[in-house]
Write a protein that binds this ligand. Structure first.
Ligand code: PHE
Ligand code: ZN
Length: 868
């Protein structure tokens, strides 16, 4: 396999192989059963593994069993009960020659969980032991064919000190337990469902459970537990309610019932990702479990519910039906994100949820598609699979499933997913299998849509409505810019929800219809248009595209005031702002008055709810503005955005003051309550832009009066960017009140790293020196370094100091935790989009990272691809 390293002058560096999708072969050996015995200790854990291995009739008839390993060595190997030395190592892997078709393999490994800073495999966090195996962490525990298409039944025995580890958990059901001498105890767990090793989990620690029950649709009782550290149980109520709601929702909407008698969740404070769907034992980052009004914002509450739902839904979309190989990752992730989005839409404001999801797609996925790390929803190759847990796999993947849903309609889509689950239950499936099930159940040919799986890049659609008397013609074109490895692109099928609105604002002339653009260029005739019409297109964001509509004067204003689709209305207001902002950043002067008027109308509307208003009147972020420009100049963008915010703040002083003061206070988590708080803090930000002194005073008053974290954080968000005495007062008060609560302290760090300040880089450096900062905890690292990296104006300071700081952090943390380090590379990797001076500085830092000794495979892949 090729070495993708481009510089041949670095022979000392390791060669990193590229894995290719088309090289897939069925496994040579299967493992129908595995038994694991853990003798647990913080620094010394012994793992005794018994594998029942069976030659796979569908594989090559190789005598050699290859078991993957990573940073482990075998302390002993047995074949059919006899100790053997008929094994050898091939790099990290263990090879054993086997004469027969079925054998029992014994292996012993020794682990030091306390020294595991990568947080993959078995590691220690806050005195507890826990595992993370997706994607390839199981090979850090024992030797095994670590690939998702090898499914095994697990029996797990664990023993340890009862005082240190009073709770012993693994997947499935606890089948036995007992006491041992010397204050030790043991438990044995069995999971009746065969699973790939990435879904294995084990937890041992001093934990307390919020215990509850759920009765399934067929009347089975399921015990539910959310395990946390003592003292945190009062913060688990929201997660527990979300879990029960998720179980009911999946029965109602997808016909999926839970399949074990027990469902456990454990929250850990050191975790690389959000959460993990291990069978019957989900492991969560504490930030997606713990929430109460005192410490969590409305957004935190929504994220908790969304992630609990996401992991729960994986029980079917991921666990019962899993992935054949990691190239199919979006099979479970895209589909499961689509499912959790539906859950959240049904439990809150569907309109705002759609706006939030599109914002997220634009903030995280569109830049990916435009940059050196662009990859298809089903990638063709990877060096390190951990780098492919991306917005493309997750969020664009979800948009692809949403398009299937749109094209088929809810009923046929459901028939398709029913067939998919029935057909592939207990199997490791592919994205093609999913599409086939939808096609077979619906009778609809979806083959044209497969290009969405294989082709990277965001299609750009240009639209123009031509009207000639009663005849209207919609002219559409599409193009996809080249991405790495894909210089030539095919047209894609693009479902566009479209309506024609009366130019006088009196409503729809032609109601919403679905138009499928599947050629590079097309014209669509629309009949019955007997008055001047305005085009409303890609309503509800029916396709994940960039859209350029040729419009007459006043059309956007009409849509901003009257579009009957809430997303399209939001979009029109945002588009009006973007026109002013982009022109401003290009040094042109465009009258902001129509934007002021649109924001005023929005604020004064009786038809719109507060939550929508809060989202609609917030000007697009500096990053979003930059994504629409070439040779991005972050200073010019910052100045333009500040100018518009200042104008809005000054001109709408009264309306914004009313919005800031209005609405219910308190902790009511209804859409109205959340909306009032959202609008309050968005309005506060604009008021402060118009009049910083007044803004500071109002923000401090909001901070002092707050009885919930949303209002408090909203006030802080405004204060951190101001130079007023209130800033330091609030920061200090916040710190003293919450310094012992790690998740809230993350907010304190994150807010400051996200502040818009000319001394932003110095502020970030100071935060890195703060005694409460640590590189070891991913949440804390992301709070500071992650927030800084997306703080466009600050990170891209013209001197390059931001880039240097980021590269230093990447190099430093790479030695501890490669996954966390590699995640920060893309903000530097986008260098080609910036003006030449910054581009050169960014590139130089990437080269410096690449030259660092002992760079991980994770960071190597991201940096080398960014320089290619
Ligand atoms: N599979 C997890 C999810 O999406 C994410 C994850 C990936 C967690 C890898 C840990 C490691 O729910
Ligand atoms: Zn997932």
């Amino acid at each position: 396999m090729p070495d993708v390293r481009t510089n041949p002058d670095q022979p000392a560096a390791p060669v990193h192989n590229e894995i290719r999708r088309l090289d897939y072969r069925p496994p040579d050996w299967l493992v129908p059963q595995i038994g694991l015995r853990f003798t647990l200790g913080d620094e010394h854990t012994r793992v005794q593994t018994k594998l029942l291995v069976a030659r796979n009739p569908a594989g090559d008839q190789s005598e050699t069993l290859r078991l993957n390993g990573d940073e482990i060595t075998p302390a002993g190997v047995w074949i059919d009960g006899e100790v053997t030395d008929a094994w050898r190592m091939d790099g990290p892997d263990l090879l054993i020659d086997l004469p027969g078709d079925r054998h029992e393999i014994g292996i012993e490994t020794k682990l030091n969980p306390a020294a595991n800073t990568k947080l993959m495999g078995l590691y220690a966090s806050n005195g507890m032991l826990c595992t993370q195996c997706e994607a390839e962490g199981f090979r850090r525990i024992t030797f095994f064919p670590d690939r998702p298409d090898v499914l095994s039944k697990y029996r797990v025995h664990m023993e340890g000190d009862k005082a240190l580890f009073p709770v012993l958990l693994s997947n499935g059901n606890r089948v036995a337990s007992g006491e041992l001498e010397g204050g030790r105890h043991w438990a044995e767990w069995e999971d009746p469902f065969p699973k790939p090793c990435y879904l294995f989990a084990l937890v041992a620690g001093d934990l307390v459970a919020n215990n509850d029950r759920f009765t399934t649709m067929s009347g089975r009782e399921v015990e539910l537990n959310i395990y946390v550290r003592d003292g945190d149980v009062p913060k688990t109520g929201h997660a527990m309610q979300a879990l029960k709601d998720s179980m009911a929702w999946d029965e109602r909407v997808y016909g999926r019932e839970y399949d074990l008698d027990l469902f456990n969740i454990v929250a850990v404070s050191d975790f690389n990702m959000g959460a993990m769907e291990n069978k019957g034992l989900n492991i969560f980052n504490t930030r997606y479990i713990l929430a109460d009004a005192e410490t969590a914002t409305d957004a935190d509450f929504d994220n908790v519910a969304g992630v609990v739902a996401h992991e729960y839904f994986h029980n079917w979309s991921g666990n019962r039906v899993t992935c054949r190989d990691w190239f199919q990752l979006s099979l479970k992730e895209g589909f499961t994100v689509f499912r959790d989005q539906g859950f959240s839409a049904d439990h809150g404001s569907a309109a705002v949820k759609r706006i939030e999801d599109v914002k997220m797609l634009r903030a995280a996925q569109f830049p990916e598609d435009q940059g050196p790390l662009a990859h298809p929803v089903r990638p063709d190759s990877y060096i390190e699979i951990s780098n492919f847990y991306t917005a493309t796999i997750y969020n664009k993947g979800a948009e692809l499933i949403r398009m299937f849903h749109t094209v088929l309609g809810a009923e046929k889509f459901r028939a398709g997913t029913d067939l998919y689950f029935e057909r592939h239950d207990g199997e490791a499936a592919t994205c093609d299998d999913f599409v086939k099930a939808l096609e077979d159940a619906s009778g609809v040919d979806l083959s044209a849509f497969k290009v969405w799986y294989s082709q990277a890049g965001t299609p750009k659609v240009a639209a123009r409505l031509e009207q000639d008397g009663e005849r209207a013609t919609l002219h559409l074109t599409q193009a996809v810019a080249p991405t790495p490895g894909q210089p030539v692109k095919q047209p894609m099928p693009i479902p566009l929800k479209t309506a024609l609105l009366a130019a006088d604002g009196s409503g729809e002339i032609v109601g919403e219809r679905l138009i499928l653009l599947d050629k590079a260029e097309d014209q669509v005739r629309i009949e019955g248009v007997n008055e001047p019409a305005i085009l409303s297109i890609n309503r509800g964001f029916s396709a994940p595209i960039l859209l350029d509509v040729q419009r007459g004067a006043g059309e956007l204003e009409q849509l901003a005031a009257n579009d009957t689709d809430p997303f399209a209305r939001y979009e029109a207001i945002q588009e009006m702002m973007l026109r002013v902002l982009i022109a401003g950043a290009e040094g042109k002067n465009v009258d902001p008055e129509p934007v002021v008027q649109a924001v005023r109308n929005t604020l004064q509307s009786n038809a719109l709810d507060a939550w929508f208003k809060g989202e609609a009147i917030l000007p697009p972020s500096e990053g979003i503005i930059g994504d629409r420009m070439m040779d991005v100049d972050p200073d010019a963008i910052h100045v333009a955005r500040d100018a518009l915010r200042e104008t809005l703040g000054r001109e709408l002083e009264q309306e914004l003051a009313d919005a800031q003061a209005g609405g219910a206070a308190g902790i009511d988590l209804s859409p109205n309550g959340k909306g009032a708080r959202r609008l309050r803090s968005v309005a506060l930000g604009l008021i402060a832009a118009g009049d910083p002194a007044r803004g500071a005073a109002l923000a401090k008053a909001q901070f002092d009066a707050a009885d919930n974290m949303t209002d408090r954080q909203g006030a802080m968000t405004t204060l951190v960017s101001l130079d007023a005495p209130e800033r330091a007062e609030a920061l200090q008060a916040f710190y003293h009140r919450f310094k012992d609560d790690a998740l809230v302290l993350d907010k304190w760090f994150g807010l400051q790293a996200a502040a818009q300040r000319s001394d932003g880089v110095e502020q970030v450096k100071a935060l890195l020196e703060h005694p409460d900062f640590t590189l070891q905890n991913p949440n804390r690292f992301r709070a500071v370094v992650g927030s800084f990296g997306v703080n466009q104006w600050v990170f891209h300071r013209a001197t390059g100091e931001g880039y240097r700081l980021m590269a230093d952090m990447i190099i430093t943390v790479d030695a501890l935790n490669p996954q966390v380090a590699a995640r920060q590379v893309p903000v530097l990797g986008r260098w080609k989009r910036f003006e030449p001076k910054r581009a050169a500085l960014m590139r130089a830092e990437l080269e410096r990272i690449l030259a660092a000794p002992k760079l991980s495979k994770d960071t190597f892949e991201q940096v080398s691809k960014s320089l290619a």
